[in-house]
Ligand binder design. Structure first.
Ligand code: PLP
Length: 445
């Protein structure tokens, strides 16, 4: 019954809508720790934390209690017109306290896409208020992922997100993807590759005109574009160039935030100093939709100047800082701190990579990469030339489906298999995940 109703009425994101009619949905009905269960009672280790987000697994009772307590106290209020509510206030305090230095203010939204969308709007607003109406272009990167709205989908550097959707908008320009594996020239070291990419970024800024380039946006590690870890020295060089040309740095921490890379934020792992930072996903452990755009004092001051000029700051979403979502996010941050989630990730990550690196010798594996509890196994048809399988071969999807038969959920993206297990994973979960993937790889040979 579920199958027929789904096929009749549900439009599925990122799914082949034509094939869906015949293949139907996989209906997930329950969650338990690092596991989920489908309607037939099959149990899977969720090696992707859903969509890189259920960091505390699927049955954290404290988050359920935080939500019900808030629902019983005040199920809804908003922050418009100087109104406020305790969970919104406390979450803003907790979030800015753990954020990289200088990010003292937060504008809430409901999704990562909306937070990045707001970042672009505020960059434009900021430069208008500073009297620089020409400084509006945003540089993003190929294979970066920042969402799907008109603006955030434009930032996303993936062809299929743009194709026939009339994206990107003209203000967005894309620069190189920092994947050494895919894009380094023969013999080029990580440092040389980083330098070439930084030079290309500088060239782009100069060609566009520094007085027209407002901001650069990047994920510390690109997730959905293929778990791309930047080469050594990359962000150091990039940040120096941004500073030189007075270009704001927006860091998208939607996946990397809250312990994923083995520090509280990916910015901490890579020494990033963002002017703006977006968070979502792990912010609430995915138990409620909520996101945030964090801002420095300098940008917040410009917003205040905007109000001196125009009156009320004319931006806001009905459900931004929804009190139930904010209460859950606040409890999530408390759990991360009380259970020392960063230290936990640091303690299991070496084992995660020890096990994954055992797959490196596999004929189909081109590379194992990642950091913390975020990884990718690159699939190749020829290790020496790094040739990927043609997309129509569907090798990634095949491996992903086989892995499910072995009880583990991984995700085929781009030319790799991505892994992003819950941060509460222990060694036995890592073993099960890697063993399941290894079996799928063996069967794919
Ligand atoms: N930014 C990054 C780095 C993401 O991975 C995602 C989603 O995968 C987004 C933004 C968009 O978030 P949402 O799907 O909540 O709009």
């Amino acid at each position: 019954a579920n199958w027929q109703k789904d096929v009749a009425h549900v439009v599925h994101p990122y799914s082949n809508l034509d094939a869906h009619d015949t293949r139907g949905p996989l209906v997930i009905t329950r969650g338990d720790g690092c596991y989920v269960e489908d309607e037939s009672g099959n149990r899977y280790l969720e090696g992707m934390s859903g969509l890189w987000c259920a960091s505390l697994g699927f049955s954290e009772k404290r988050l359920v209690q935080a939500a019900t307590k808030q629902l019983n106290t005040l199920p809804y209020y908003h922050l418009f017109n100087h109104r406020s509510h305790p969970p919104g206030i406390e979450l803003a305090e907790a979030l800015t306290a753990i954020a990289p230095e200088g990010l003292n203010h937060v504008l809430f939204a409901n999704s990562g896409s909306e937070a990045n969308d707001a970042a672009i709007k505020l960059v434009w607003y900021y430069n208008n208020l500073l009297g620089r109406p020409k400084k509006k272009k945003i540089i993003s990167r190929l294979y970066g992922y920042h969402g799907v709205t008109v603006a955030s989908g434009s930032l996303t550097g993936l062809v299929h997100v743009h194709r026939d959707f009339d994206l990107p908008i003209p203000q967005v320009k894309h620069t190189d993807c920092p994947s050494h594996y895919h894009f380094a020239q023969p013999g080029e070291s990580e440092e040389q590759f980083a330098e070439r990419l930084a030079n290309n970024l500088e060239k782009m800024i100069l060609e566009e005109g520094a007085d027209t380039v407002a901001a650069f946006i990047a994920e510390p590690i690109s997730g959905s574009g293929g778990v791309i870890v930047p080469p050594k020295g990359y962000f150091e060089r990039v940040q120096a160039i941004l500073k030189k040309y007075d270009v704001l740095f927006i860091v998208d921490e939607v996946i990397c935030g809250f312990g994923r890379t083995g520090q509280m934020f990916g910015s901490d792992s890579f020494g990033l100093k963002p002017d703006m930072m977006t968070v979502a996903k792990g912010l609430s452990g995915a138990y409620q939709p909520i996101s945030g755009l964090l801002l420095t004092d300098a940008i917040h001051d410009a917003l205040k100047a905007g109000s001196r000029k125009h009156g009320a700051f004319a931006h806001g979403l009905t459900y931004a800082a929804h009190p139930v979502a904010a209460a859950v996010a606040l409890e999530t941050i408390k759990i991360y701190q009380e259970r020392k989630i960063v230290e936990h990730v640091q303690s299991v990550a070496p084992y995660f990579f020890e096990r994954l690196n055992q797959l490196s010798g596999h004929p189909l594996v081109g590379e194992v990469r990642g950091m913390g509890l975020l990884a990718a196994v690159e699939i190749t048809s020829d290790k020496a030339s790094k040739t990927p399988f043609p997309p129509e071969a569907g090798i990634g999807a095949w491996i992903q489906n086989k892995a499910m038969e072995h009880g583990v959920i991984v995700r085929a993206i781009s030319t790799c298999i991505a892994l992003c297990p819950p941060l509460i994973s222990e060694r036995q979960h890592i073993d099960q995940l890697v063993d399941g993937l290894a079996k799928a790889l063996d069967e794919a040979q």
